[in-house]
Write a protein that binds this ligand. Structure first.
Ligand code: COA
Length: 441
């Protein structure tokens, strides 16, 4: 594999950096102190001072080796109740053929527990997998756009569930990209030295907020959760590069009316939602944003498409994934797919797909992975992730959800019945809100 700019050996953790150095690019991760004599790094290690007698003093400092945020643990928590396309067709004017041909989705999960409960189980499993005690956690990042409560935040609910008493706890909401934005946040905090051990969660409980009367969105989404543990490492693992972006000019193309303070005191029942959803426009923007971000991260590290071992994309629609992967010049057999079984779980899709890729043995030691995603906002991103040597769990947690007393269809019909009993939707309150984009005009 000589000459390949990506990973080419179990100990070859610096290959992408070296590839860029070979190309003469400046700005690679600072390798001073690792035997790289480049003048740029020599100068960056010098401290210049004018002494009290006017003489110039040069002090040479040796910098610490670069810290990375390795992914050392992983765990998922999928609610057991399955909602099939046939179930949806019992109350919507839709059918299996339309849903499969337009989206690739066959079924999705509906949760009988809160999002925090799913997140706590997933995080316990990820901690056991890493062999890390919850007491040693410094940070919990909870990526979601369907929080159980607005105040207090959700990450604090996970902190108490884990008994991670020394951990900071924060929520990140960038909709479907929340897990990957959270991964960037926690990785940056680890690299800066602010924390050493973190859990990053991607979780979504969309079913209580779904407009079950709208076939254009109700067939697309599901509930689920997964988490990873990040730990400080001097080996070049974890996020190697990311590109974060947001096409705010298109923010009105995906809006869930009825979630948030803008709807307070407007005679709206919480859970009564109206979805603004311009599927075709989002589709185009999603393909463009994910492709542009993927290209940017590969270029950042001098990695070629053929060096990518596995793509773990956001799973909103099989056709979107196929378009992004084709544009990136990658074959579909390098893509981890869960969209058929779980639909779009928003922030949970990428971490659940990652966990299942590990469970299926599709992540090899030292693998180089590309993780593109997009979501409401319209936020988009792509992450280039280097896996470490270990691809099997250190330990297993016995944490489990309680069994579901109802089928998925019974849970959904329960939500529909409550809404019907409340007299239907409060349209006036849901449509009379003034939004940020209108105020800017
Ligand atoms: N079952 C049957 N027919 C349906 C349907 C359903 N569940 N939903 C929509 N239709 C109908 C429409 O009413 C329309 O009928 P018409 O031609 O008589 O008007 C027809 O199917 C085509 O709808 P269209 O919107 O053109 O379909 P599409 O091929 O664009 O696919 C999406 C729709 C939503 C699957 C697709 O646009 C998409 O995946 N968009 C992006 C996904 C996304 O936004 N995810 C969330 C963000 S992460």
């Amino acid at each position: 594999m000589a000459g390949k700019p990506g990973y080419d050996g179990a100990q070859d953790w610096r290959a992408p950096v070296r590839a860029r150095e070979e190309e003469g690019a400046a700005g690679a991760a600072n390798p001073f102190g690792r035997g790289d004599p480049a003048p740029f790094f020599f100068l960056s290690a010098c401290r210049f001072q004018i002494g009290h007698n006017g003489a110039l003093k040069i002090r040479i400092t040796r910098q610490d080796p670069m810290t990375y945020a390795a992914i050392t643990g992983w765990g998922k928590c999928m609610p057991p109740s399955v909602l099939t396309n046939a179930d949806l067709a019992t109350f919507l004017d839709t059918d299996d053929e339309w849903i499969v041909s337009r989206t690739g989705m066959k079924e999705r999960r509906i949760s009988h527990v809160s999002a925090i409960e799913m997140a706590t189980v997933a995080a316990k499993r990820a901690l056991a997998c890493a062999g890390l005690d919850a007491a040693d956690l410094d940070l919990i990042v909870y990526g979601s756009c369907s929080n159980d409560e607005q105040v207090p935040n959700s990450a604090s609910g996970v902190q108490i569930g884990l008994a991670a008493h020394h951990a900071g706890a924060m929520d990140v909401n960038t909709a479907c990209t929340s897990f990957l934005y959270g991964l960037s946040t926690a990785s940056a905090m680890i690299r800066s030295g602010a924390v050493r051990n973190a859990v990053v969660i991607g979780v979504e409980l969309i079913s209580p907020y779904m407009d079950w009367s709208n076939r254009g969105v109700a067939v697309l989404f599901g509930d689920g959760c997964a988490a990873v543990v990040l730990q400080a490492s001097e080996r070049e693992e974890g996020v190697l590069a990311e590109k974060l972006g947001c096409i705010a000019e298109a923010r009105q193309t995906l809006r869930v009316r009825g979630m948030g303070c803008a709807y307070a005191n407007r005679n709206i029942t919480l859970g009564d939602t109206l979805w603004d959803f311009d599927g075709q426009e989002i589709f185009k923007r999603a393909v463009g944003g994910m492709s542009q971000a993927s290209e940017a991260v590969l270029a950042k590290r001098g990695v070629r498409p053929e060096d990518i071992d596995l793509v773990v994309p956001h799973q909103a629609n099989l056709r979107i994934i196929e378009s992004v992967v084709k544009r990136a010049g990658l074959p579909m057999d390098k893509v981890m797919l869960t969209v058929q079984r779980y639909g779009n779980m928003s922030a949970a899709t990428v971490p659940v797909a990652l966990v299942e890729a590990l469970e299926e043995g599709r992540v090899k030691p030292g693998a180089l992975m590309l993780m593109p995603a997009f979501g409401a906002g319209l936020t988009f991103c792509a992450h280039l992730v280097r896996w470490g040597e270990r691809v099997t769990p250190i330990g297993h947690s016995d944490a489990e959800l309680p069994p579901s007393p109802r089928s998925a269809l019974e849970i959904v019909n329960g939500v529909r019945a409550i809404r019907a009993a409340q007299g239907g939707r409060s349209d006036a309150g849901l449509i009379s809100v003034e939004y940020a984009e209108a105020r800017q005009r």
